[in-house]
Design a protein around this ligand. Structure first.
Ligand code: RAM
Length: 367
């Protein structure tokens, strides 16, 4: 496919930080003592470009621009995650840029942004994919023109990026949400899932593990009756919740693995006859969910720290753009105060474990 310049529909939100010379000394200084050989660099990995050689002791390049392209720019979750990216890039004296669509289902818009960033020859793109396949051609063009590509939060196909910065193990996330709801419901009753976009890689992966978890004998009396899609839009998610309750009056629980969805579902339940009767869990931010936990609409839910996810994506992008890593399994890089990370199979780097929030701890978190 030829490279076509598409003008983004939105004016990019540009929050650039100029390189501050004195801060550069704080930058990456190699890989925390890891000794990597060219054989390591060529180690097997499905990630595109990972066969390229890497030098863990290469200096951090100066004057890099890393562009964040979230699923959706007006989503507080991404404001926080990308803010973490900005923090990291500012600390390194590099330039941060943030562009994206207001809708989480504007796949064509997201592709346009990738093309524009490629034209602009940014050093690296950190993207949360709205749709795994749709971005591939554009991301491959970006990589072949020298732009490094990191996905974070929501992945594309493994050959369409160099690294995926994963928030937490997808399997543990999916299974634990079912386990949380199962305990709350005494393992009995109809349940539904309120997801984000139908194409979202992250939600679909988690849902796959939820469905698998539900096959275990202890869930024999819990039945998943519907997966609804709120498209990470507050109003659609609210209406979908209402629709679920109308269609399934005996519904006992909802899992919403999206910060927008769980907030809208909590809002709906809170103002309805179902408050405290239909239980809700999933992935939300403590700030969005605090009131609903305190008033008993929601007992427990999960999330990782989105700011740390963005920070890690930024450090990974800078390490790639500096040639310290190439994306091959086993390579390591340092991510400031987050520590040293090792690239796993298929170019996946995992931030850590999610936190379960409930009445006992929600007061301690502010994001
Ligand atoms: C929404 C988005 C994002 C997801 C979180 C949990 O903000 O769908 O991709 O990771 O929820």
């Amino acid at each position: 496919m030829t490279s076509t310049f598409h003008r983004p529909r939105l004016v990019p939100r540009l929050i650039a930080t100029a390189a501050a010379g004195s801060l550069l000394a704080l930058g990456l200084t190699g890989c925390g003592g890891a000794t990597k050989t060219s054989t390591d660099a060529a180690a097997s990995s499905a990630a595109a470009g990972s066969g390229a050689s890497a030098d863990p002791n290469a200096p951090t390049k100066k004057g890099l621009t890393v562009a964040f392209l979230p699923k959706q720019v007006n989503n507080p979750y991404f404001t926080t995650s990308d803010g973490g990216g900005k923090t990291a890039l500012t600390a390194l004296g590099e330039t941060y840029k943030d562009v994206g669509t207001t809708s989480a289902t504007d796949t064509a818009g997201q592709v346009s942004y990738v093309n524009t960033l490629t034209q602009q020859q940014v050093s690296a793109i950190a993207v949360s994919a709205q749709d795994p396949g749709a971005l591939c051609t554009a991301l491959k063009q970006a990589m072949s023109s020298g732009v490094k590509v990191v996905t974070y939060d929501s992945d594309t196909n493994t050959d369409c990026r160099q690294l995926f910065i994963s928030q937490a193990g997808a399997e543990a996330l999916g299974r634990s949400e079912v386990d949380l709801l199962g305990k709350e419901l005494n393992y009995s009753g109809q349940i539904a899932i309120l997801s984000a976009a139908q194409t979202a890689t992250n939600q679909n992966t988690w849902i796959g593990f939820m469905e698998d978890e539900l096959k275990k004998p202890q869930f024999a009396n819990m039945k998943l009756v519907k997966i609804a899609y709120g498209n990470d839009d507050a109003q659609t998610s609210f209406q979908q919740t209402q629709g679920l309750l109308q269609q399934y009056p005996n519904l006992k629980g909802i899992i919403s693995p999206t910060t927008v969805g769980i907030k809208a579902a909590a809002q709906y339940l809170d103002g309805s006859q179902y408050k405290g009767k239909v239980l809700l869990t999933g992935l939300g931010t403590p700030n969005d969910m605090r009131a609903y936990v305190q008033d008993g609409t929601v007992q427990a839910f999960e999330l990782w720290n989105p700011a740390k996810l963005g920070e890690l994506a930024a450090y990974a992008a800078v390490a790639l753009a500096s040639g310290q890593i190439s994306g091959a399994q086993g390579q390591t890089f340092t991510a400031g105060s987050l520590g040293t990370f090792t690239i796993g199979a298929q170019g996946v780097v995992t931030l850590g474990q999610p936190t379960v929030f409930d009445k006992s701890n929600i007061g301690q978190f502010d994001f």
